[in-house]
Design a binder for this molecule. Structure first.
Ligand code: PMV
Length: 318
């Protein structure tokens, strides 16, 4: 079949509760950020000697010259082309992101998922959510070795996602609150912070185990708060989690300052999100006005950028 121009879209993700403890089998809750979109466009290559181009993350050039960090996007195109039955089909790819890469917002899974959807669209091919997830995971394996699957699911989810021991469940619950994300501007290495917690776990087992277990209990308890729309309790749980993560040594002075600034400005709660050691902070707010005030306060406290996400209400199943 002859492909046409195809497009695909996914979104950023945040971990609301449960980072690090999730590595030890405790539950985590992640949220899709529908206001931060990742878009991919693929276009069939015309002309015999043209191999196709790749454009994204401020780079553009022939596909064979793409830098190493594009490997998962190229793999995404490849696995999707195999899926639609045209493994040798040549497509140029363009990705556009409304959020930065390498800040714990799920950029690589979002890009892979968007490219896969764009290829499917270019061939008018249908795939189930599970098939798209499997293809995204194949691409993600190039970028992350053994991805848990949380990013691949959440970057195309419509509601909060519960994740535990490799099992992901779309909770189908609303979140009647505003979320402000603040970028510290510092690249956090998840590999390093995960390694740091691992060494604590091995060297100070009892205390570390207690902290991880507490983080897990907090995340599990938050499901009830989501169910009853008790966002004040959710906020308290976020701030408590941040304290535990800071005690575990995965926060930084900048992240702590962003959390304090958000709380001083009236946030219901605030915490780092993702691996830490840099990256982003999230804060929970009652209203748009509160979210604006919190966003301004976090910028004053040094955030390089902030984004505000409206309540996750309409998209979810009642
Ligand atoms: O930095 P992110 O968004 O990839 O999140 C990492 C979450 C951790 O729990 C720290 C690690 C993991 O594999 O779950």
């Amino acid at each position: 079949m002859i492909p046409h121009v195809g497009t695909g879209q996914t979104v950023a993700k945040i971990i609301l509760l449960g980072e690090h403890s999730v590595v030890y089998g405790y539950p985590a809750i992640a949220l899709p950020m529908h206001s931060l979109k990742m878009t991919a466009r693929v276009e069939p290559v015309r002309g015999g000697h043209n191999e196709g181009t790749l454009t994204g993350l401020g780079w553009s050039g022939p596909i064979s010259k793409a830098p190493a960090h594009f490997a998962s996007i190229l793999r995404a195109r490849e696995v999707a082309a195999e899926f639609v039955g045209d493994p040798d089909g040549l497509l140029s790819i363009t990705t556009e992101s409304e959020f930065p890469a390498q800040r714990g917002l799920g950029s690589s899974a979002a890009a892979a998922g968007a490219v896969i959807r764009a290829v499917l669209n270019a061939y008018d091919a249908k795939a189930t959510a599970h098939e798209i997830f499997t293809l995204t995971q194949e691409a993600e394996t190039i970028a992350h070795g053994q991805p848990s699957g949380l990013d691949a699911v959440t970057t195309s989810a419509t509601s909060p996602v519960h994740f535990q021991a490799g099992r992901t469940t779309d909770l189908g619950l609303p979140l009647d609150a505003w979320i402000v994300i603040a970028d510290s501007g510092i690249h956090g290495s998840t590999r390093e912070t995960v390694g740091h917690v691992r060494s604590l776990y091995e060297n100070s087992f009892r205390e570390t185990q207690e902290s991880l277990s507490r983080l897990g209990k907090i995340a599990e308890g938050a499901v009830d708060n989501l169910r009853s729309s008790d966002i004040s309790q959710l906020g308290i749980k976020m701030t408590e989690s941040h304290g535990i993560l800071a005690d575990l040594g995965v926060s930084t002075v900048q992240l702590d300052e962003l959390v304090y600034a958000a709380l001083d400005a009236g946030a219901l709660g605030g915490k780092l999100t993702g691996g830490g050691g840099g990256g982003c902070v999230i804060a929970l707010a009652h209203s748009y006005e509160d979210a604006q005030r919190i966003s301004d306060a976090m910028r004053e406290a040094g955030a390089r950028a902030t984004w505000t996400q409206a309540p996750l209400l309409n998209e979810v199943v009642a």
